[in-house]
Design a protein around this ligand. Structure first.
Ligand SMILES: *Cc1c(COP(=O)(O)O)cnc(C)c1O
Length: 813
């Protein structure tokens, strides 16, 4: 099909870009900066997207399309230009056009800042899902917050993480369209007045603060531009732009106070990805974007159908974790208070429309808000929550088999000294389906956090394994490998990743193997150059590239990795002439600014790196590089060069992981525990093509309840003891030998994440990796099998399953 109504040949694009440069950016050829070229190019490409976008709007307005709304506090979408060019298949003509203008296309792509609207995997999943929904023709819309400052920028100062403000909007954002007409009022605090009209109870929530949510839309381009969906992000504004009386009195602060307050709601993204931020502002953010999104959804539905009777047939809402769980009482409130629908019907509608995805089982990461806070900020919602809770508990109490302790588990309100609203229970009870993000995670949900809820509602929990979009995570980030695959099996894999299985026989084909290995080697050279530039160290592209990139968190166990590096370092120093497999350990990842322990791990990695890299005895056999400011763009450069993918979380704690999928797709072998989606990766690639070590989820629980004795494990594992002693003696922190004592103390006493228990198994498995890597022919075979068997892990497959099992929404493509 024709993919754009505006011409897309290089000559037409060239004049379109020039036109934008002069008339939209206001520069001429001679004075244009790289930024100007990026703007002009994006605006020219955007014109070619907009026609399709409008077309999609018209198509989706019909009643044949169920609307799917994806509510997420994070969208880690990264750069958009390369993605849009790839999906519109405009990369080549735009490249030619820019070159003819004397501009390097790569430089233009690289100046685009990453849209830093997320912390990690949860936000990146939302971005992959948006891509797959558009590609499959689901009428899907994302809703989130337009954070003026996304996540902080990470730098290092003497090995310590330093946080600098993120300013991704500083030069403006050519992708977004402000929609001043799509504005909704959001109330905080205030009081609820009850009255009665004609025997019906009326609740009037009034007073308090009011802010406005203003919409900003970004087009999301599906493959070949057949469907262009929308990501709608909300920004905080005040209805009163300025208090003129105050201004005229000379009180300039007061004059803009209200505006500043309102804008602060969408100012920052909370850097915590798995512990509750605890700030009132965070709860305000959650309610702000959820309420605006629901008001928008209801308005759009009414314009289409003039009734809410069919909301369940025509609309599905997906809550990405509990951050938007306030949607349950908010939808009830809007239906009951604003649209005068009776309670029972409102609940029936709500629980047929809303679905919830759970992302963590760690108790400390389950969202809860003090009842007292919720009562103050959202008094009407607290009433609804109480009533909903009473209704559910009464219903369950009437069943003969129900015991009181079961009801306490199910309750939305956690009793105790501080009464809490449990957002997980609220989301569960208000949802039609509750999804786990991998097979193991789904099972564990049923056995742990939602055990009792599952007993009462056995049909609710589903387990649809996460996926990643092959467009960004292979086609775009690894053009060499993508081209090789297409030359071997055609390009069907781009939208049907299972086609990669046709590569399986080629794992034994000498010529294919050679090509595959050459591409990996060339990607490694690119990464080596980046490491030289960012970290000032040389690494040998022939060494094994061993990579752990992800948020820094105790459960992800970067500490286990660096302890293994220390043990290896000490072993090399003892026997420098032995036949060591040269290895480069690459780290990347941010720690939440308040997460002291994680920041100390970063410092340890950087300090060990300094000592190891500077030790002449080591002579390049081991190098360690921590690349600063991990984000999507950095991931796109590191992953194609990765050979060993570190997925070493304490079993039972990584719900799925998606980094593991990206690496295997690009031909890395995984070293990992039987956790999250690693379990399914192992099933797909086979035991011979993955390195599994450590305790299973079941053994972790058992070990924690009895038999966990870190002190004795350390004593009976000399290589571990020596590694810990080296840290304790200050070998990596000569100026301050006790610097890392908190880490050592914890390992010797609590070691909640079972680093000591898994150490030996991990170290031995790494030596097995060394041996396999020594035979490059065998390693390449295994790498090819990994790529070939990743078909299942496409986010297209995830979205097909969501559309079928959860949303019951048809696919257009
Ligand atoms: C994929 C991705 C993640 C998630 O990585 P995990 O290893 O699954 O934790 C986090 N951040 C970025 C930038 C990503 O691209």
């Amino acid at each position: 099909m024709s993919i754009a109504s505006k011409p897309i040949d290089p000559a037409a694009l060239k004049s379109a870009i020039l036109d934008k440069l002069v008339y939209s950016v206001g520069k001429d050829l001679d004075r244009a900066t790289r930024h100007d070229w990026f703007f002009a190019t994006t605006l020219a490409v955007r014109d070619r997207i907009v026609d399709h976008w409008m077309q999609t709007h018209r198509e989706q307005a019909g009643d044949g399309h169920k609307h799917v709304y994806y509510l997420s506090l994070e969208f880690l979408i990264g750069r958009l230009l390369a993605d849009a060019l790839n999906n519109m298949q405009l990369m080549e003509p735009v490249g030619i056009a820019l070159s003819e203008l004397g501009v390097d296309p790569d430089e233009v792509l690289k100046v685009e800042p990453d849209a830093a609207l997320g912390n990690g995997g949860l936000g990146r999943l939302a971005a992959c899902f948006m891509d797959s929904m558009a590609t499959l023709g689901v009428a899907g819309m994302g809703y989130g917050i337009r954070y003026e400052h996304g996540l902080f920028k990470q730098g290092f100062d003497s090995g310590w993480q330093v946080e600098r403000p993120e300013d991704w909007l500083a030069f403006g954002n050519p992708w977004e369209f402000e929609r001043p007409e799509a504005v909704y009022p959001i109330r905080f605090f205030g009081t609820v007045k009850e009255s009665e009209i004609e025997g019906r109870k009326i609740y009037l929530w009034e007073g308090g603060e009011r802010v406005l949510a203003v919409a900003w839309d970004t087009p999301i381009v599906g493959w070949q531009g057949q469907t262009i969906n929308t990501l709608r992000l909300w920004s905080g504004q005040s209805g009163n732009l300025i208090d003129l009386d105050a201004f005229n009195r000379g009180d300039y602060v007061k004059a803009v106070e209200e505006q500043v307050n309102a804008q602060s709601i969408s100012r920052v993204l909370y850097p915590n990805d798995s512990t509750e931020a605890g700030q009132l502002l965070r709860l305000k953010q959650e309610y702000f974007f959820t309420s605006a999104s629901l008001q928008d959804i209801l308005r759009r539905h009414l314009a289409r159908f003039e009734t809410f009777d069919n909301l369940g047939q025509q609309v599905a809402i997906q809550l990405n974790d509990t951050h938007p769980a306030i949607a349950v009482p908010e939808l009830m409130r809007l239906l009951i208070d604003d649209y005068e629908i009776a309670w029972d019907k409102a609940f029936a509608i709500t629980s047929s429309v809303i679905n919830y995805t759970n992302h963590t089982l760690m108790p400390e990461a389950l969202e809860r808000w003090p009842v007292s806070l919720m009562e103050r900020l959202l008094p009407r919602h607290m009433q609804i929550i109480y009533e909903l809770n009473a209704q559910v508990l009464n219903e369950l109490r009437s069943k003969p088999e129900t015991r009181d302790p079961d009801l306490a588990e199910v309750s939305i309100i956690g009793e105790g000294r501080d009464r809490m609203v449990r957002m997980g229970n609220l989301a569960f009870l208000g949802s039609r389906r509750v999804n786990g993000v991998s097979a193991l995670h789904g099972d564990l949900m049923k056995e742990t956090v939602f055990k009792q809820l599952h007993a009462f509602y056995p049909q609710k929990i589903t387990a649809i394994t996460n996926g990643v979009t092959p467009r960004r995570w292979l086609l775009s980030c690894n053009p060499g490998l993508a081209a090789l695959i297409t030359s071997a099996i055609g390009d069907r894999w781009i939208t049907d990743l299972e086609a990669l299985d046709e590569l399986t026989p080629l794992a034994k084909d000498a010529s294919f193997k050679e090509h595959f290995a050459r591409i990996k080697r060339s990607n490694k050279e690119v990464l080596a150059a980046l490491i030289a530039k960012r970290n000032g160290i040389g690494v040998d592209p022939d060494a094994l590239f061993d990579v752990q990139i992800k948020r820094i968190h105790e459960y992800k166990r970067q500490l286990l990795n660096i302890l293994e590096a220390i043990a290896l370092y000490l072993a090399i120093k003892q026997r420098p002439d032995a036949d060591w497999q040269p290895r480069v350990k690459i780290f990347g990842g941010k720690a939440a600014p308040s997460y002291v322990r994680a920041k100390l791990v970063i410092k340890l990695i950087n300090d060990v790196a300094r000592v190891v890299n500077g030790d002449p005895d080591i002579d390049g056999k081991l190098r360690i590089a921590f690349l600063p400011n991990y984000n999507v763009s950095l991931a796109e450069r590191i992953i194609p060069a990765g050979e060993l993918s570190e997925q070493i979380s304490t079993a039972g704690l990584e719900a799925s992981g998606t980094g593991n999928m990206k690496f295997a797709l690009n031909g890395a072998l995984t070293i990992g525990t039987l956790d999250g989606a690693n379990v399914e990766i192992k099933d797909h690639v086979g035991d011979d093509n993955i390195f599994i070590f450590g305790l299973t989820a079941e053994q972790v629980l058992e070990r924690r309840s009895h038999g966990h004795n870190p002190q004795s494990t350390i004593e009976t594992t000399p290589i571990l003891r020596e590694a810990l002693d080296a840290i304790g003696q200050g070998r990596f922190s000569v100026d301050n030998p006790s610097l890392f004592r908190p880490l050592l103390e914890d390992l010797r006493t609590t070691d909640w994440f079972l680093v000591t228990d898994d150490f030996k198994s991990y170290f031995d498995t790494q030596r097995r990796v060394d041996k396999v890597y020594a035979d490059q022919s065998i390693w390449t075979e295994k790498a090819i099998i990994n790529t070939a068997k990743m078909g299942f892990f496409s986010s297209d497959r995830s979205i097909r399953e969501y559309a079928d099992v959860i949303w019951q929404a048809p696919l257009a493509h």
